[in-house]
Unconditional design. Structure first.
Length: 393
């Protein structure tokens, strides 16, 4: 049984998805440039539930062997990508759309789903982490200072672009005895599943080294558990957690949903207690394989936290998988409750915050200036000053 402390930190870690939500696949294409979005890869779900739901390994093997034999007999053409037993029973295959009717009629096939492409989240260009109010908004400050929880003994999986385990705030090493104790690279540096990219390279080259390439996974791991001895340095939500790093992105571009399920199964095998996925594909359903696999992961005692997507402005059903799994903590973005702003003071003592416009000259930082008629009929001088924090309006 997982402890209540695990679930508490799972709830606190919803902060992580705020700073790195995935852009839905295809969103980068201009509307006047038609793109062939017909999938070339498909999930094939077989009849029995996976091992996480109680089916024994021998039954699952018989079903897969029977499917392969029947597909060969019927002349169905496809290339097998992954075979899954634990969180999903079936395969991911590469097949021409013309083969789908025959594939669906193979004995034992329960359903087919497209293997969607997922774009790597983009890191905002900022000099400093915008964490001044985030800890209080999520309750992480209370969790640390009043309840005394720091994440010690909790194993957190980060599924992303890898983790820079050499970073001193993340332990400085990889393997037993380190902060990043385990992990796996499912794709390799050159992998890119985006067919519209000049760097399109859809063949994974996995290895056992989940070092980061691109920085987003390190960015996420730092929010979760950075621990620095430097005064004024970044302190994560749970600075004493142990990490597992599961790299599903190359140095650029996209990944695919079947690679994500492979990483989920590996995280379960590695006894991770929390899984963070700042990844998602919009306009999906709770029945999609990454969502159902996430639900099964929760049933096995793993707290799953995932992006719910960046596409809410596109309307109803814009939520993304795996974040819309029935048992997943799906997290949308939100703004800080306060902003840092300059202020001017009115004659009655009120301070009014303001933000400079990029198209105007820099405002003065001291002195007085006449009031506009917007504020009063008389042009009374107003002192200009700065305060550390002003509540946003």
């Amino acid at each position: 049984m997982r402890t209540r402390f695990t679930r508490l930190f799972g709830l606190v870690l919803v902060l992580v998805t705020v700073l790195g939500l995935a852009v839905p696949a295809g969103a980068q294409h201009a509307v006047d440039q038609p793109v062939n979005e017909t999938p070339q890869s498909w999930f094939v779900e077989l009849a029995s539930p996976p091992r996480a739901d109680g089916t024994d390994a021998a039954t699952l093997k018989r079903e897969k062997d029977a499917f392969r034999a029947e597909a060969r007999r019927k002349g169905v053409k496809f290339n097998e990508r992954y075979a899954f037993d634990t969180l999903f029973n079936g395969f991911s295959v590469q097949a021409d759309p013309s083969q789908l009717p025959a594939l669906a009629r193979v004995a034992g096939v329960k359903a087919l789903y497209p293997v969607v492409e997922l774009t790597r989240p983009v890191i905002a260009d900022a000099n400093e982490p915008e964490m001044a109010t985030a800890l209080a908004m999520t309750g992480a400050d209370t969790t640390q200072s009043e309840l005394g929880f720091t994440g010690r003994g909790i194993r957190v999986a980060v599924m992303d672009s890898g983790v820079d385990y050499d970073h001193p705030d993340l332990g400085g090493c990889f393997g037993p005895g380190c902060r990043v104790v385990t992990g796996y690279d499912f794709v390799g540096d050159a992998f890119n599943a985006d067919p519209s990219s000049p760097a399109y390279s859809p063949t994974p080259a996995p290895d056992a080294d989940p070092d980061d390439c691109g920085g987003h996974g390190t960015h996420v791991a730092g929010i979760i558990g950075a621990s620095t001895a430097q005064a004024g340095g970044v302190r994560g939500v749970a600075p004493d957690v142990t990490f597992g790093a599961y790299r599903v992105f190359g140095c650029g571009g996209s990944t695919t949903a079947d690679i994500m399920i492979a990483a989920m199964e590996r995280a379960l095998t590695d006894d991770m207690q929390i899984l963070n996925m700042s990844i998602g594909s919009a306009f999906q359903w709770p029945q999609y394989p990454t969502a159902t696999a996430s639900d099964r992961l929760v049933n096995k005692g793993v707290v799953v936290v995932a992006s719910i997507g960046n596409s809410g402005a596109d309307g109803l059903y814009a939520a993304g998988a795996p974040g819309l799994g029935n048992k997943v903590i799906g997290v949308a973005s939100f703004d800080n409750s306060h902003i840092s702003a300059l202020t001017f003071r009115l004659p009655d003592g009120r301070q009014v915050p303001y933000l400079p416009m990029s198209t105007t000259p820099e405002p003065p930082l001291s002195g007085t200036t006449p009031r506009s008629s917007t504020w009063a009929a008389a042009a009374t001088p107003m002192p200009i000053s700065a305060i550390p924090w002003a509540r946003s309006r």
